[in-house]
Design a protein around this ligand. Structure first.
Ligand SMILES: C[S@@+](CC[C@H](N)C(=O)[O-])C[C@H]1O[C@@H](n2cnc3c(N)ncnc32)[C@H](O)[C@@H]1O
Length: 248
């Protein structure tokens, strides 16, 4: 979308607190020449549309027709083209073709599918030298959040494994998996990737009350600075709501 000054308005505020660290990590890739990007489980296109705005050729593969319809509306709104395909990660290579992507986004998906199979599918569509951007829910932060909300039994149950899902995007009743940074790094390496970077995402964002951010001038920007400052510090990984990996 173009605003009254003729300037393209990004799909999300550039400083969006929750995703700033992920965009920072993707920056060096997205600032390069136009490339082919596949967003598997891309949903309504929160990432895909912004990647398309940066000039890249983007395909979203997602089983949800509602999400794909919302993606199409969002792409129209922002004046970019994103190819939406209804499909499952297990059939990814049939949809987009082998060796067809320079960058695959896999954000918020490995929690609800067979992670090893999904990573194999991603590897099959990545060109040699391509990059996978993997964003997953981090288990320890969820344990702490449950305990702080008084859901102590849930916190205990979450300590070591799966839980039943109540999340948007995952079918209710399906197991949702959360990962430690070591677990997801191990799975990614087992799938044949080399992990290039691991980032802590949303270390503080989910702990700071939104009302405080609204009332304090400059607080949102300061929070982004804080998130950025700890993103590469491994001691903050167990506190992060999500872990982000770049793998080749
Ligand atoms: C939590 S949402 C994440 C959306 C987006 N990637 C983001 O980060 O904003 C998970 C998405 O995965 C999709 N999904 C669920 N099962 C899938 C599967 N087997 N293959 C591909 N996508 C799937 C859902 O429809 C949903 O859009």
């Amino acid at each position: 979308m173009v605003d009254k000054t003729g300037t393209a308005r990004p799909a999300e505020r550039p400083g969006s607190v929750r995703t700033a660290v992920v965009w920072d990590a993707l920056g060096p890739i997205l600032s390069g020449d136009p490339c082919d990007v596949v967003d598997i489980g891309g949903g309504t296109g929160g990432f895909a549309v912004r990647v398309a705005q940066a000039g890249h050729r983007v395909s979203v593969v997602d089983p949800s027709p509602d999400a794909l319809a919302a993606l199409a509306r969002r792409a129209r709104e922002f004046g970019v083209e994103v190819a939406g395909h209804q499909g499952d990660v297990s059939g990814l290579v049939d949809v987009v073709g082998p060796d067809s992507a320079d960058l695959v986004l896999c954000h918020g998906l490995l929690e609800v599918v067979d992670a090893a199979e999904a990573l194999a599918a991603i590897r099959a569509v990545l060109r040699p030298g391509g990059t996978a951007s993997i964003l997953v829910a981090q288990r320890h932060a969820a344990v702490v959040a449950r305990a702080m909300a008084g859901h102590l039994h849930q916190a205990l149950a979450l300590l070591d494994g799966d839980e039943t899902s109540e999340r948007v995007g995952a079918r209710a009743g399906r197991p949702t998996r959360r990962f430690t940074a070591d677990e997801i790094s191990g799975l990614v390496e087992q799938a044949g990737f080399t992990v290039r970077a691991v980032h802590a995402v949303r270390v503080f964002t989910d702990l700071v009350p939104g009302s405080l951010l609204d009332q304090e001038p400059g607080a949102a920007a300061a929070l982004v600075d804080l998130e950025r400052a700890v993103a590469d510090r491994s001691e903050y990984l167990p506190l992060a709501t999500q872990v982000h990996l770049l793998a080749t």
